[in-house]
Write a protein of this length. Structure first.
Length: 184
């Protein structure tokens, strides 16, 4: 049975919005026109559960990406002020590290857009886990040896990484609809 055409969609405040029962998410390329009746187009899950889980992915991914960027920019521009970092470490190396970490997240997003849900979510999970590397600063020097801004950027990256990891795990845990696969 043909689906009726959906009205034009304006993005919502959280980068995802719903039209009827279907999630429209620019991050993973969902579209009401591509969705099969009763199934989420990426995960193959029932719409209500998948919509709730997938709806949190774009804003948490964006929050973590921004927190990671802020921490790395602060680290690279104030490298000499960070306690006990190797003298050989350069700002360019910090930016390179950010680029490599971010590439894992970009790969996860690309896999989701290509409808490889498990692989994409696994990459996003790895991307989130890499956000905990900021805690290495505290292995080199105690919290009190860092400035408020250092602690804020480190803490912001770690907190948003934890939230993203939780959302990724939630998306992986939502059971697929009977007969559907999470991998497309």
């Amino acid at each position: 049975m043909a689906r009726p055409k959906s009205p034009p969609i304006a993005p919502g405040p959280l980068l995802a919005t719903t039209v009827g029962p279907t999630l429209v998410c620019p991050l993973i390329g969902d579209s009401p026109d591509r969705a099969d009746a009763g199934h989420h187009p990426v995960h193959g899950m029932t719409r209500p559960a998948a919509t709730r889980a997938a709806g949190w992915l774009p804003p948490t991914l964006l929050a973590y990406a921004l927190a990671s960027l802020c921490h790395h920019v602060h680290n690279a521009t104030r490298l000499a002020a960070y306690p006990n970092l190797p003298a050989s470490l350069t700002g360019a190396q910090v930016y390179l590290a950010w680029g490599l970490v971010t590439a894992v997240g970009v790969l996860g997003c690309a896999l989701l857009r290509l409808r490889h849900a498990r692989a994409g979510l696994a990459c996003l999970g790895a991307y989130a886990v890499l956000g905990f590397a900021g805690l290495d600063h505290y292995a080199r020097a105690p919290v009190s040896a860092h400035s408020r801004m250092m602690n804020l950027t480190i803490g912001g990256e770690v907190f948003t990484a934890a939230v993203l990891l939780t959302v990724v795990a939630w998306n992986l845990s939502v059971p697929p609809h009977r007969g559907a696969s999470r991998e497309s």
